[in-house]
Structure formats: C-alpha cells, structure tokens
Design a protein around this ligand. Sequence first.
Ligand code: HEC
Length: 290
Amino acid sequence: MRRSRRPSGLLGAGAVLLAVVAFGPPPDGAPAGAGVAPEPDAPAPLPRPAGWPAPRYDVSATPPTQAGVALGRALFYDPRLSRDGTISCASCHLQATGFTHADHALSHGIEGRVGRRSTLALVNLAWNPVLHWDGGVHHLDVQPLTPLTHPAEMDHSPAAVVADLNRSKPCRARFARAFRGDSVPTGQRVLLALAQFTGQFVSYRSRYDKHVRHEPGGELTEQELTGLALFRRHCAAPHRATRTLDPRLRAPFPLTANDQRDLIAFLLTLTDDEFLTDPQFGYPVEEGGG
Ligand code: HEC
C-alpha cells in the first residue's frame, strides 16, 4: 500500500531545521558506554519482495542495524517520550490495525487532547516519497520530531526526552549497543533509531501480494477474482476524499448486492495478517523496562 501526496516543502524544510536547532550535532567526544559490550553491527536490511522498486529512504549514511532497530522498538513503545509519560508512539500507532488507530477518527494525545488529523497507518514508509497527509515531511529521520513536539500529541521537548533517557541505565545500555559503545542518548540518535524501526514495517505477505507473485498461499477463489476485476474497473484510479476528487469518481457507479459481496471478498485478501501479528514489531517484552 503506497500513497502519493502533494509535497508542500515548507514543513519538511522546517522540520529539518528544527532537528538541527533542537538537538545540535551528536557529541563526538561524549563519554563512552555504560560498561555494556557493543554487539557486532549486524545489518537489518529491508525485505525486498520480488518486483518491488528500490526504497526511496536512503540509508547509505547510516545503514540500519539489528541493535539500532531494537533501540527504536524500545523507544516506539516508551511513554517517556511524551511530556506526562502517558503516550507512546504505539498509543496512536497500533500494530493490530496496521499501526493506525482504527476506532479514532482524530488522533488522541496527552491529557485527552484531540488532534486535527487522523492517525496514519505506518506501512512501507521507506517507499513513501513524502510523509504526512499533506506530504509536509520529507524524511523519515526527522519525522518523529513532529509527534514529539506536537501540543495535541506528545507535547514534549526534545531536550527533556534526552535528559529522561540519560537517567536510565538500561536505556543507556541500548544506546551503547546501537551506537558502537557510545551510551549517550542524543536527540539525533532517538530520531534515527525510531526511523530504523518504523522503516522495517514492510507489508508484503497478504494473500493478494502472494497472488501477484504467484506464490503458494496466493490462490484466490472465483468470488475474489470477480471482486478483483470489479476493483480494477471501478476503484483502481487514484482517489481522495477532497475537493480534488477525480471527476471519474464524482459520478456514483452502480454495484449490485452481489458485486458488493465480491468486492468485499477481494478487499479482504489485502489484509496482511503476518504483518499485523509479526512479533518483531510488537511490544518489546523481552527487553524489560527501564
Ligand atoms: C497522538 C497520536 C500520535 C502519536 C503519539 C504519534 N503519532 Fe505518528 N501520526 C499521527 C498522526 C495524526 C499522523 C498524521 C499527521 C499529519 O498528517 O500531519 C501521524 C503520522 C505519522 C507518520 C507518517 C506516516 C506516513 O505514511 O506519512 C509517521 C512515520 C509517524 N506518525 C510516526 C510516529 C512516531 C515514530 C511516533 C512516536 C515518536 C508517533 N508517530 C507518535 C498520530 C500520532
């Protein structure tokens, strides 16, 4: 599932600038690790299913490692990233619903504050040319700054997050593993680790995906194939729920009750249960607290 959005440019540039202003450069001369031997930098390459284009997220400068992804996972589920310690990224981005919040039309942040936008699913982010509904964020490495500082989301200050994390010994140990023995959490490293984790959210194992790749498990029933044909005929053109709605979608198209059943049968083949239940993306119980 990939979306194309209109890049605005402004917020993206602002977010990059904010990243530099808020966090500054990484402390090269910072004190070394908390006594935890760094693991080898085992790489964490993205899955590249057959037929997919190369990801747009350029990781050549900082290739994801297993330890970086593990750190990002711990941070993603850590409510200390919000000002009052109640909301983690996972509060709004729930794995079971494709990392969105299916029963909330608008996002819910700290102190019950309701945002102005619906939480986006986090899927195949590394292939997205731009991020957010309006395409206002241009790079996964700086994206987490927005929820961290947004008043209706986590309403925190990057400096305070870093100070909090620095007080935790298990947390410093995770940073040491991810950053070659240097245990100091910095803002830049928090962002990078989160991006390394969310970048791994690749959905490619639905029955429909397997069908397209002619893999076992990708056999579709006659009803699902009829639904697919209907989908191609009526729904495959790009569409949105806005003033810029494609003229072809303005006129309603008639669907019989049978058509509707066939279409739904096909749509259900798009669910990637393996992605929704993949333990590597779940709450990191084995990591413990801290
Ligand atoms: C209070 C709810 C909330 C929290 C907490 C939250 N998000 Fe989001 N997230 C949203 C909303 C709403 C959007 C859509 C924002 C927009 O378009 O302006 C979004 C969008 C995103 C996107 C862009 C997805 C895309 O396809 O464009 C990413 C990536 C993301 N969030 C990651 C995170 C991370 C990482 C954290 C934790 C640091 C986090 N979010 C915390 C609600 C939340």
